[in-house]
Design a binder for this molecule. Structure first.
Ligand SMILES: C[S@@+](CC[C@H](N)C(=O)[O-])C[C@H]1O[C@@H](n2cnc3c(N)ncnc32)[C@H](O)[C@@H]1O
Length: 410
């Protein structure tokens, strides 16, 4: 059965309640145990996922590493990130402005979403929910209102909780708990939500990366969102393990080095591992005036890295612990737990330093995604919440990929 509708209606007009296109037919067929392999003779199934603001696919890749989730449809408007996603995860991603898209009617047990966080990040200004980017949260509510997934995972920066003096978080929380009430002041699905501040270093990522993770489970299922486990809270993975235990070959993809000027190299030679620009005396010819401690900060091999960021000019690239140079994108990818086989693309060429840096810095580290989604899937399974038939998932993915190709060439 093909549950995807190809026509696009203006999404602002909400379908009347009870007349929304649903995947009821799919649900009726989904009789299997939620695993990709068959169980006691039942047909194989998994939890189907839809991914919004998918970027290069960090969260989706991590979710799929659980072996119990398959992403059917994904969307992002960054052409470079979409190229990377296609290369590593599949053709089921659409390159579009989410505000312009009519969500396809595909099986969606779980929603994965990592909306842009720049407006809530403590490194930038705090315009939060007032900006159009901050308002992209409404698109998550629109999906929940239309498609009623059983559960969701939304990742963002902790600054979301304090932006606009806490107003932004009140809005987002309302949007995630009661999306239909939030958008249209009308009845619709409700979600039990949890919100946890997590340092991804506690989840096996060789990097301190404090993030806000919101999980939701549809209230009618009667399941509480699980606590996020902290498997490495007492044994962080350190930089030396991530970067030195298996050396990166010089010709590894996305491993461009040697982009620093002579002045920067000389400056870095004055800064030891784990130190920053502040160790250079102010009267030294190579001294710099910085405001934040991550300027010209070199990694400490015995600790997790500091947060890998997506952009920023001189002094903010993140600097190697043994060599006086900025990190390569492959090194950043390792600190974000992407395997070396995960290749990043620029918009036009494979090696486009700034575009690739942005994708990596924006991503949810796959290992963190795996741990979080695994906990959610465990909770759903324990409660007997069923997924989607594997053959239904494969069929939908193939159709979405065909439509993506058509959309791309349109
Ligand atoms: C924080 S990143 C997501 C990272 C992703 N979750 C991952 O793990 O790799 C946010 C993404 O939202 C995308 N984005 C921003 N505005 C958008 C829009 N209007 N429509 C679609 N995607 C958008 C950006 O291109 C960016 O890739």
């Amino acid at each position: 059965m093909n549950t995807i509708t190809e026509e696009r209606a203006p999404h602002r007009s909400r379908p009347a309640l009870g007349q929304q296109r649903t995947f009821r037919g799919v649900r009726a067929q989904a009789t299997g145990h939620p695993q990709l392999t068959s169980h006691r003779g039942r047909p194989p199934s998994a939890y189907s996922a839809v991914s919004l603001f998918s970027g290069c696919g960090g969260l989706d890749f991590g979710a799929e590493q659980t072996g119990r989730i398959k992403t059917i449809w994904a969307i992002d408007n960054d052409p470079a990130a979409v190229r990377t996603y296609r290369h590593n995860l599949g053709d089921h991603i659409w390159q579009m402005d989410i505000a312009e898209v009519e969500f396809p009617d595909v099986p969606a047990d779980i929603l994965l979403a990592g909306p842009p966080c720049q407006d809530f990040s403590s490194l930038w200004n705090h315009d939060g929910a007032k900006t159009s980017r901050g308002n992209l949260f409404r698109e998550i509510a629109r999906f929940l209102d239309q498609r009623h997934p059983k559960a969701f995972v939304v990742e963002n920066v902790p600054g979301l909780m304090s932006a606009n003096r806490g107003e932004a978080w009140l809005l987002v929380r309302h949007a995630l708990r009661s999306p239909s009430r939030f958008l249209y002041d009308s009845p619709g699905p409700r979600y039990e939500i949890s919100a946890e501040l997590v340092d991804f270093a506690d989840l096996g990522v060789p990097q301190h990366r404090p993030r806000l993770v919101v999980m939701g489970i549809r209230s009618d299922l009667g399941v509480r969102p699980p606590a996020i486990p902290r498997p490495t809270a007492d044994a962080h993975v350190v930089v030396a393990k991530a970067l030195d235990s298996i050396p990166i070959p010089d010709d590894a993809p996305n491993h461009d080095i040697g982009s620093d000027s002579d002045v920067v190299i000389e400056r870095l030679k004055l800064i030891g591992p784990g130190e920053n620009y502040r160790v250079i005396p102010p009267d030294h010819p190579l001294a710099v005036k910085g405001l934040i401690s991550h300027v010209y900060r070199r990694l400490n091999p015995d600790r997790p890295a500091y947060t890998i960021i997506a952009s920023g000019g001189g002094g903010t690239h993140g600097y190697h612990h043994r060599e006086p140079r900025r990190l390569s994108n492959r090194e950043r990818a390792r600190l974000q737990t992407f395997p070396d086989s995960f290749i990043f693309h620029g918009a036009e060429r494979r090696s486009n330093y700034a575009q690739v840096r942005r994708q990596i810095g924006n991503a949810v580290p796959p290992e963190a995604g795996r741990v979080i989604v695994d906990a959610l899937v465990d909770a759903l399974r324990r409660a007997g919440v069923r997924g989607t038939l594997a053959r239904e998932i494969e069929q939908s993915r193939r159709l979405v990929a065909r439509l993506a190709t058509r959309q791309q060439s349109a």
